[in-house]
Design a protein around this ligand. Structure first.
Ligand SMILES: O=C(O)CCC(=O)CC(=O)O
Length: 263
């Protein structure tokens, strides 16, 4: 376990694999933490220096002083990754982000292409949800804590078939969601309320793999197609999963990732 201070935030970071190998950074979705990448980190660490971090306000990452109440924007979340690479003295890295992490990846592709090798955008979109929806969710957790969003999360994150097959994995994710800091979660909802990259993603030039979950009700296959068709050097892969596809379709997801990075 390691912490890196970047501006006002202390990021919880975990590294696996040989630091002399090419680096891949893994970025979590809203309401999760770096442990969501355990299946992929185990595979990738054989060939890569794997850097995972908890997005600010999530897991063990938070403000260095005071509560996680300061405003958060997608610019801030993207700049955290640039700061993380600087702190670890990594000039360039591959980047794989899921959902909110995928929006951070798009931001990096637009604003920090000189730090990126290949980009993987999983279960994400250039615009996720609506301003009203995120603002209402932020208000809900600020007023009532995490239980309200956690109650419906299994249905948004996983297919019923996966829930029946792997109840322990689903429950572990929900426990972690309930344990998130409501202020940190709400601040990232505010960032998603503002974030709209639809007019900007054509600027992304690095080789990109877009991964979609065929049963994802949050960021749909149509959202993924839009990314893959707009980004010049992008390919699309679909897996049989809902929103948290790297867990529900662990092996196909890891295989797509591994092959794309190795090509
Ligand atoms: O998963 C994300 O990063 C954003 C979309 C989302 O919050 C899914 C959900 O829990 O409804």
């Amino acid at each position: 376990m390691r912490y890196v201070d970047i501006d006002d935030v202390r990021l919880h970071v975990r590294t696996d694999g040989d630091p002399a190998r090419p680096c891949i950074v893994l970025s979590n979705s809203l309401g999760t933490d770096l442990s969501m990448w355990d299946p992929q980190a185990a595979v990738l660490a054989r060939d890569y220096h794997v850097v995972r971090y908890d997005t600010r306000g999530h897991g063990l990452s938070g403000r260095r002083s005071g509560r996680n109440t300061a405003p958060v924007t997608l610019d801030r979340l993207g700049s955290d990754v640039v700061g993380l690479l600087d702190a670890l003295e990594i000039q360039r890295a591959h980047f794989c982000g899921i959902s909110m992490g995928g929006m951070i990846g798009q931001w990096l592709g637009i604003h920090a292409p000189q730090r990126l090798d290949k980009l993987v955008l999983a279960n994400t979109a250039a615009r996720i949800g609506t301003h009203e929806g995120w603002t209402a969710r932020a208000a809900q957790v600020r007023a009532g804590g995490m239980d309200g969003v956690a109650d419906g999360a299994a249905a948004r994150w996983f297919t019923p078939a996966f829930g029946a097959r792997s109840p322990g994995l689903v429950e572990a994710m929900l426990v972690r969601l309930r344990e998130q800091d409501p202020q940190g979660y709400a601040a990232c909802c505010d960032a998603l309320a503002q974030a709209d990259l639809r007019a900007d993603i054509a600027a992304i030039r690095c080789p990109t793999l877009v991964i979609a979950g065929r049963a994802d009700p949050v960021t749909t296959v149509a959202d993924a197609r839009m990314l893959a068709e707009t980004i010049a050097n992008a390919a699309l892969a679909e897996v049989d999963a809902s929103h948290i596809s790297n867990i529900e379709a662990e092996h196909p997801f890891s295989e797509h990732l591994r092959r794309f990075l190795a090509a």
